[in-house]
Design a protein around this ligand. Structure first.
Ligand SMILES: N[C@@H](CCC(=O)N[C@@H](CS)C(=O)NCC(=O)O)C(=O)O
Length: 191
């Protein structure tokens, strides 16, 4: 399997994802598949021996609900590193509201993961909370997950990053911080 992960503006992104020109794009057998969650559903259907979605229809619907929630809300965290002043304060409030919903409704009553004992598509949909969000907190100075506020989320972040195939594939934190710091100053200076 050839996995192509490129940043926007590069020719191959335009070639593989001409509609949105965004990453990630999975190129399998020369054919591109775009949109993170479409890619995950493709992997689930192509390699059913490693299921990402539950088999029970009701549980599948529940998982899809949270995946949609993750997609809808990823932008509020993105806004934190792209803004300052009042807009940043609004993005901070929105992100805290999203985390509170996850703590109270998403993880409550669950086991180690959103998927129960094992990682499923919902855990992967919220991967950015486990790794990327800390980087954004560091470069903006906005603290979201602090003290004893989100015990279930904190435990989940720990469990998620403990899984070997996750920890072995996490992007380098320093490189991420440098990338997003530079991107933040570029966005703010052109605003
Ligand atoms: N809904 C899309 C969102 C993709 C997206 O926003 N990708 C960003 C990076 S996370 C991107 O390619 N931005 C353009 C750029 O970085 O130049 C998905 O989940 O795949």
């Amino acid at each position: 399997m050839e996995i192509v992960k490129l940043y926007g503006g590069h020719g191959r992104v335009r070639l593989y994802n001409p509609v949105y020109q965004k990453i990630p794009v999975l190129v399998h057998g020369g054919r591109p598949i775009c949109e993170s969650m479409v890619i995950l559903e493709y992997l689930d259907e192509k390699w059913p021996q490693q299921p990402l979605l539950p088999s029970d229809p009701y549980e599948r619907a529940e998982a899809r609900f949270w995946v949609k929630f993750a997609e809808d809300k990823v932008s509020c965290s993105g806004m934190i590193y792209q803004t300052e002043g009042e807009k940043l304060e609004k993005a901070r409030r929105d992100a805290l509201e999203m985390l509170t919903i996850l703590e109270e409704h998403g993880l409550n009553g669950k086991k180690k993961f959103f998927g129960g004992d094992n990682i499923n598509i919902v855990d992967i949909a919220f991967r950015w909370i486990a790794h990327w969000m800390g980087v954004i907190e560091e470069i903006t100075g906005v603290k979201l997950i602090e003290g004893n506020k989100f015990p279930l989320l904190k435990a989940w972040m720990h469990n998620f990053k403990e899984v070997s195939f996750i920890s072995e594939n996490l992007p380098n934190r320093e490189k991420m911080a440098a990338f997003f710091r530079a991107r933040r100053s570029m966005i703010l200076s052109s605003a």
